[in-house]
Structure formats: structure tokens, C-alpha cells
Ligand binder design. Structure first.
Ligand code: PEP
Length: 252
């Protein structure tokens, strides 16, 4: 990963409770030591953002939104404003998760707009990309990723400095089928090459690319050794304190 920051994020999706977050925070506060150049965050379900933040050791851990909308406020029932995340002192937001794209039908166009807006407020965006199983089987992975990235070619280096990519092959999310270290490494190299050719070599070198998709306490070690894997976005295993702590402590 060189000089790039290594990010480890827990994506709780629509899971959790006060008692679960209480014990998870306790375990993490006790068992994780800060490391230079490693950033750790948890994206809890929205109602718990403030609760979780008040229990985690904020010197070691940050909280993140799981999503936000493309405007400040208004008649958008059920949506979350990036301005509210900023108001709560939250530095990160996940945008474009495959469940937002595929379950809730968010388009690449909307995801790009939301990212631009969140960045303009100073949030760091965890921008999720990834192909479906059929895409991989028919050798369309690079085409799908290029399409998802297309509109980010016009983002400035300053805007890119607020983007962390999370490569999450859809076939690996929640399935127990993890990409092999080589598959993940090769795809990360492709994404970095895309950034280099469409934005700049400097931005490509500096942008952290996390891997997500069935990362667990066993497979994290070999994945983290790959030179272009700059962190993990973890779903299921981030709900289990012992597993998430092992993943965090595997960080190089
Ligand atoms: C995710 O939801 O971002 C994810 C990677 O989930 P899991 O780790 O459960 O595959």
C-alpha cells in the first residue's frame, strides 16, 4: 500500500441494537491499538450514529453514514442529508453500495451526484464499485467498472482526495465466496490504471482502494498482503466483535 492510508470499515447495513453496539464498542476500545496510517470506522444503521459515536473511543475509531442524498434538505421522506452528517461531526459516508444500486435501484448518475455533493461539504466518501457474477463470467468486469467510474473522470484532484474506493464484487458480498487475493489485486490494479489514465497518475497513486466481499478473520491476512489492497469494507464479520478486531489487527 506504500504511503496510502489503509482503511478498515464495518458496514452494519440494517443490523444492530443498543446492547449489541454497547458490547462491540467495549471490545474494540479494549482490544485495538491505533496504528499510523490506518483509519477505522463503523457505519451503523442510521438511528444509532450518535449512540455508537458516544461509546467508541473517538481517538481510535470514527463512525460513517451508510448513504446520503444529493441535496441539503427538503421534502425527501426517508432520505438522509450529508449536511446532517457534517452537523453530527461524522467524517465518512458510504455511497453506491451494491445494495443501494441493486435493491434500491440507484443509478450511477445519482451516485455520482451524491458523491459530488458530499465531497463539497468536506465528507470523505467511500465509493463502492463492483460487477455482478454474470459480468465476471462474461469478462465484462472492466467494462462495468469503467462505466461506474466514467463520470468521476471530471472530478478534480481536490475532489479525488476525498474519495476512497471500495471494490466490492457483488458475487462476493454476503455470500461467503471471497475473491482470491490475486483476483482482488488484479482488479484493484485495473481501477488504479483507470484513475491514472482518466484523472492523473498522482491521484492514482494516492487513492486508497479497499476490498469488500466476504472478508473474515481467516482470509483478511492474505488479502492485506496484496500491494494494491488498501483496506477492507466488512459486512457480516463486522457485527462480531472478535472477528472484526482480528481483521483490524491484521492491517499492515
Ligand atoms: C458489504 O456489505 O459491504 C460487505 C462486504 O458485506 P460482507 O462482508 O458481508 O460480504
Amino acid at each position: 500500500t506504500g504511503t496510502r492510508t489503509f482503511f478498515i470499515g464495518g458496514n452494519h447495513k440494517m443490523n444492530g441494537s443498543k446492547s449489541m453496539l454497547e458490547s462491540l464498542s467495549k471490545g474494540m476500545n479494549e482490544s485495538v491499538e491505533s496504528k499510523e496510517n490506518v483509519e477505522i470506522f463503523i457505519a451503523p444503521s442510521y438511528p444509532y450514529l450518535d449512540f455508537l459515536s458516544s461509546r467508541l473511543d473517538n481517538k481510535k475509531f470514527k463512525v460513517s453514514g451508510q448513504n446520503c442524498y444529493s441535496v441539503a434538505k427538503g421534502a425527501f421522506t426517508g432520505e438522509i442529508s450529508a449536511n446532517m452528517l457534517v452537523d453530527l461531526g461524522i467524517p465518512y459516508v458510504i455511497i453506491g453500495h451494491s445494495e443501494r444500486r441493486n435493491v434500491f435501484g440507484e443509478s450511477t448518475d445519482l451516485i455520482t451526484k451524491k458523491t459530488k455533493y458530499a465531497i463539497s461539504l468536506g465528507l470523505t466518501v467511500i465509493l463502492c464499485l463492483g460487477e455482478q457474477l454474470d459480468d465476471r463470467k462474461s469478462s465484462k468486469t472492466e467494462k462495468v467498472l469503467s462505466d461506474q467510474l466514467k463520470d468521476f473522470a471530471s472530478f478534480t484532484p481536490e475532489e479525488w482526495s476525498k474519495i476512497v474506493i471500495a471494490y466490492e464484487p457483488v458475487w462476493a458480498i454476503g455470500t461467503g465466496v471471497v475473491a482470491t487475493p490475486q483476483e482482488a489485486q488484479d482488479t484493484h490494479v485495473f481501477i488504479r490504471k483507470w484513475i491514472s489514465e482518466n484523472v492523473s497518475e498522482d491521484v492514482a497513486k494516492k487513492t486508497s482502494i479497499m476490498y469488500g466481499g466476504s472478508v473474515n478473520a481467516e482470509n483478511c491476512q492474505n488479502l492485506s498482503k496484496q500491494s494494491d489492497i488498501d483496506g477492507f469494507l466488512v459486512g457480516g464479520a463486522s457485527l462480531i466483535a472478535a472477528d472484526f478486531i482480528t481483521i483490524i489487527n491484521s492491517a499492515v
